[in-house]
Design a protein around this ligand. Structure first.
Ligand code: DC
Length: 219
C-alpha cells in the first residue's frame, strides 16, 4: 500500500504521515527534507539558491539517511527549500529516489507537494491535507516556539502565504490536489481528530480496492 499525503506548509501532513506510517507499520519519507537538505548544502557552500548546476549536484549527492532534522526544520530553511524546489532540474534529480522509496515491497507513506500527482500517481490512497493560512501559522508558531526559536506570528503568516504562492504557481509539479485525492481540511481539527479522519479515508480506499479485486472484470 502506498499512502500519498500532499498539502501546503504546516497543514499537518507531516504529523499525519508519521502517525499513519506507525499505525500501518510502513516506512515514511518526508520529501520536504530532500528540498530542505538541498537548500542547506547550497547555503553551507555560500552558493546562490538559484545556481542550477550546484543545486542539482547538491540534490544528487543526498542520501535518505543523512538528514540533520533539527537544523533542516528551521524557518529559513523552509523558505529556501521552496526556492530550490521551483527549479525543474532539481525536481528531476530527486524523482528516482522518491519513486524507489514509494515502490518498497512492504509499501510506504510519503508526504510532500507532488506525491499524488507526480511521484506516486498510482498510490493506493491520496490525501490532500489543508487548513486555513491562519491556523497553519498558529501551529507553525507553536512548533517553532517549542524548538526555542523566537517567533512573530505575523511574520510566519506572511512566510506561509508567500510559500503557498510559490509552491502553487511554479511551472513544474505545482502544489495541487490530484484529481482522485480526498481533501482533508484540518482547520478545526486537533491531531487526534485529523488522524481519525485520515484513517477513515485510508480504510475506505482499502475497502474499495478489496471490492474491485473481488468483483468480476468487465470485458
Ligand atoms: O513540507 P516542507 O515544508 O518541509 O517543504 C519545504 C519546501 O519544499 C516546500 O515549500 C516546497 C518544497 N517541496 C516540494 O516542492 N515538493 C515536495 N514533494 C516537498 C517539498
Amino acid at each position: 500500500m502506498i499512502i500519498a499525503l500532499d498539502g501546503p506548509a504546516a497543514s499537518g501532513k507531516g504529523t499525519l504521515a508519521r502517525r499513519l506510517a506507525a499505525h500501518f507499520g510502513l516506512p515514511h519519507l518526508d520529501t520536504g527534507l530532500l528540498y530542505r537538505a538541498t537548500a542547506r548544502t547550497l547555503m553551507d557552500d555560500d552558493a546562490r539558491l538559484d545556481d542550477v548546476a550546484k543545486a542539482v549536484s547538491a540534490a544528487r549527492g543526498l542520501a535518505l539517511t543523512d538528514f540533520d532534522e533539527d537544523r533542516l526544520r528551521g524557518r529559513e530553511m523552509g523558505e529556501a527549500a521552496s526556492v530550490v524546489a521551483a527549479i525543474p532540474e532539481v525536481r528531476a534529480a530527486l524523482i528516482d529516489m522518491q519513486r524507489a522509496f514509494a515502490r518498497r515491497p512492504q509499501g510506504a507513506v510519503l508526504d510532500g507537494r507532488d506525491i499524488g500527482t507526480v511521484i506516486a500517481p498510482d498510490a493506493t490512497v491520496k490525501i490532500f491535507v489543508t487548513a486555513s493560512a491562519e491556523a497553519r501559522a498558529q501551529r507553525r508558531a507553536l512548533e517553532l516556539r517549542g524548538r526555542g526559536e523566537i517567533v512573530d506570528y505575523h511574520a510566519i503568516l506572511d512566510d506561509i502565504r508567500k510559500r503557498d504562492a510559490r509552491d502553487r504557481e511554479r511551472s513544474e509539479a505545482p502544489l495541487k490536489p490530484a484529481l482522485d485525492a480526498e481533501i482533508l481540511d484540518t482547520t478545526d481539527m486537533n491531531v487526534e481528530a485529523a488522524l481519525v479522519a485520515a484513517l477513515a479515508i485510508v480504510e475506505a480506499a482499502l475497502t474499495r480496492q478489496d471490492h474491485a479485486a473481488k468483483s468480476p472484470r468487465a470485458c
